[in-house]
Design a protein around this ligand. Structure first.
Ligand SMILES: CC(C)(COP(=O)(O)OP(=O)(O)OC[C@H]1O[C@@H](n2cnc3c(N)ncnc32)[C@H](O)[C@@H]1OP(=O)(O)O)[C@@H](O)C(=O)NCCC(=O)NCCS
Length: 175
């Protein structure tokens, strides 16, 4: 359970897209700005988190977004994909956690765990064989979080941040 008494996890609705854009941009920027060039960050933030791009992802069958909220404030979000919505096609019936982000002031308080448990319950509902994700090899805090929640590494894939070609570690857990 979360450390918050009134933490709720709820599906993002179409009218929430501006709030989704705001939390997506702010969490991405405060997680990765220190270790990346400002030009690469700007390019990625503008390309990946425009309202048009988020609206298209929102409408994609097999993609689902959730907010973590406390006292009416959005403090984290989750994006999961299955079927053709996944960013890679892996063997078996898998669910991808594409994004799991918590506002910096709220990290370490089990909000991430609550979002992960939401992903797990969707994977179980949809009778998936497992969950997988890609995480930047230099994101040691997230790697620790995933290992703690039962994920193991099984490969790598390239990830482009602006003009920088990076390596994501692929991790999975069976259900
Ligand atoms: C990774 C993340 C989603 C975890 O959510 P969280 O609510 O902070 O994590 P929880 O409280 O449920 O779990 C705590 C664990 O998360 C890890 N963790 C990651 N970042 C942390 C942070 N800034 N503060 C505290 N714990 C953090 C620790 O391993 C911690 O385990 P510990 O108690 O053994 O130290 C969140 O820290 C986050 O948004 N980080 C930045 C964005 C990111 O890297 N997302 C993943 C991209 S692939």
């Amino acid at each position: 359970m979360a450390n918050f008494e009134n933490l709720s996890i709820r599906p993002v609705e179409k009218s929430d897209l501006p709030a989704l854009r705001e939390i997506a941009r702010s969490t991405f920027a405060d997680t990765f700005s220190d270790q990346n060039a400002a030009s690469d960050m700007d390019k990625y933030l503008n390309d990946s988190f425009s309202l048009e791009k988020l609206a298209a992802e929102f409408e994609t069958p097999g993609a689902l977004f959730f907010f973590a909220e406390t006292a009416g404030k959005v403090i984290g979000y989750l994006k999961v994909n299955w079927g053709a919505a996944q960013t890679e096609s892996l063997p078996g019936k898998m669910l991808e956690i594409e994004r799991i982000y918590v506002l910096s002031d709220y990290r370490g308080k089990k909000v991430g765990k609550a979002l992960f448990e939401k992903a797990l319950s969707i994977a179980q509902e949809k009778k998936r064989d497992g969950i997988w994700l890609g995480v930047w090899e230099k994101n040691t805090a997230a790697l620790h979080f995933y290992r703690k929640n039962g994920f193991v590494e099984f490969g790598t894939h390239p990830f482009r941040l602006g003009d920088d070609e990076q390596t994501d570690l692929l991790m999975k857990m069976e259900i």
